[in-house]
Design a protein around this ligand. Structure first.
Ligand code: FAD
Length: 427
């Protein structure tokens, strides 16, 4: 197909054109902020849905179904008359011609461009580990992890060789950040509770779940008392926590940590992220993990018309520290850039972006979480209630909030996990 330049309707030609790439937290909040402003917005994403990534681990561990944590982008911005949604995978940007280039030969012109393409998992130069240790970023990753976990128990049930059965019932999670902690806690509960009585030849409660962290503590960004509490609660759930344990090899039969070896058929990767390649598209200066270094107003140096937000941007806080790759940062940045563009087209000004940190949360399993509000540290069941309410509140769409609340209530009283489906092909 030739290079098609999408036409702009005549009646709209005088209005500035804002192109947003990515309908994650950053891009979606920018689009909503620009709704009904005197600009035309094109919101491009390679998926037709917005994904609530903080609950992906629940899909991976059979607690929720994919549709519970995702919502169609067209449905979310359907009421915003000046926002056009476009399904497409952006491949590059022609910064001189002010045009976004989409796979298949299409291109879209822009006056303002917002890059909100997020991040992906990274293997620190060991991409060959990926087939053996899937990361968790997309719906497909979550259903693949769910398949591997459930299949391991099924195969162990049919296995007669005790060594192979042991390998199948060992599970290793690499990375002791929030995702690793949440996965380890949820897998332990799946094995000890939901699956406990389902098998005849194996006892799922005997599964060995190992959480491997290269650094000296779990949840490294949390205060020491909360990371110690998280470790203690995971150990009570039966998770084996290995600290100061950098992984040196991953293969089909297990994980190597220096000279130690864990024989397992199930390794999950929660250890590293890298930004999307958006920085390369525009030839911007990036940090070690590919995040675009942005100005105080989140514009890209040398390109006042291009903004980078969320996980794909490196923004600095008032103390000179990089902002974390979390949903509230992306949302607040989307909101800010939306307001900035509105102000620019109206001839107004805005102050530099400033992140408001409302707290840092992580859950460890049923009735356990830790929260750092800065001025107070919470742990245990109160923290878990706050974590649950916050996640239901921040989910997009009433249907998702209702189904997740009902699923959690059901799981709370029955210990069951309804989404225990093995889908996709076998290894
Ligand atoms: C497993 C997991 C758990 C997490 N837990 C938490 C948590 O508990 N709390 C928290 O605050 N944060 C959490 N995060 C981080 C949080 O989800 C991210 O910080 C947030 O999603 C970043 O928003 P974003 O808009 O920058 O990118 P994303 O939300 O990742 O959105 C990027 C969008 O860009 C699209 N895109 C990418 N490349 C292209 C392309 N070339 N063309 C078109 N579209 C493209 C993608 O399809 C996607 O829709 C978690 C992340 C993960 C992966």
């Amino acid at each position: 197909m030739g290079n098609t330049i999408l036409a702009v309707p005549d009646s709209r030609k005088m209005r500035s054109h804002v192109v947003i790439v990515g309908a994650g937290f950053g891009g979606l909040w920018a689009a909503k902020t620009l709704a009904n402003a005197p600009v035309e917005v094109v919101l491009i994403d390679r998926q037709n849905y917005h994904l609530f990534q903080p609950l992906l681990y629940q899909v991976a561990t059979a607690g929720l179904s994919p549709a519970d944590i995702a919502a169609p982008i067209r449905g979310i911005v359907g009421m915003c008359r000046n926002v056009t949604v476009m399904l497409g995978s952006v491949e590059s940007v022609d910064v001189l011609a002010h045009r976004v280039l989409i796979k298949g030969g299409r291109s879209v012109p822009y006056d303002y461009l917002i890059l909100a393409t997020g991040a992906r998992h990274a293997y620190f130069g060991h991409d060959d580990w990926e087939p053996f240790a899937p990361g968790l970023k997309r719906i497909e990753d979550a259903t693949e992890i769910r398949r591997r976990i459930l299949l391991a128990f099924e195969e162990a049930e049919n296995e007669t060789d005790p060594d192979e059965r042991r390998r199948l019932m060992n599970m290793a999670i690499v990375g002791g950040g929030p995702t690793g902690v949440e996965l380890a806690g949820a897998i332990a509960e799946l094995a000890r509770r939901a699956l406990a009585k389902d098998f005849r030849n194996i006892d799922p409660r005997a599964a060995r779940i190992v959480l491997i962290e290269a650094g000296p503590s779990l949840l490294a960004t949390m205060p020491a008392d909360l990371s110690a509490d998280a470790q203690h609660r995971l150990e009570k759930l039966g998770v084996e926590v290995r600290l100061n344990a950098p992984v040196t090899a991953v293969d089909a039969a297990g994980v190597t940590i220096g000279t130690a070896r864990i024989e397992t058929r199930t390794v999950l990767w929660a250890a590293g992220v890298a930004a999307s390649p958006a920085g390369q598209w525009i030839g911007a200066e990036c940090d070690r993990v590919g995040r675009i270094k942005v100005n105080a107003d989140l514009s890209v140096p040398g390109h006042p018309e291009i903004f980078a937000i969320g996980d794909t941007a490196l923004a600095i806080d008032t103390r000179g520290k990089p902002l974390p790759g979390v949903a509230p940062v992306a949302k607040q940045q989307g909101l800010y850039v939306g307001k900035l563009i509105k102000a620019r087209v109206r001839g107004g000004k805005v102050v530099p972006f400033r992140y408001r940190d409302y707290g840092n949360l992580a859950t460890i399993g049923r009735k356990a979480a830790v929260i750092d509000f800065g001025w107070i540290h919470l742990r245990g069941s109160l923290a878990w209630v706050i974590w649950s309410v916050a996640h239901i509140f921040f989910l997009i769409g009433f249907r998702n909030r209702l189904t997740v609340a009902l699923d959690w209530l059901w799981a709370y009283f029955t210990f069951q996990r309804g989404a225990r489906l093995i889908t996709g092909s076998r290894l």
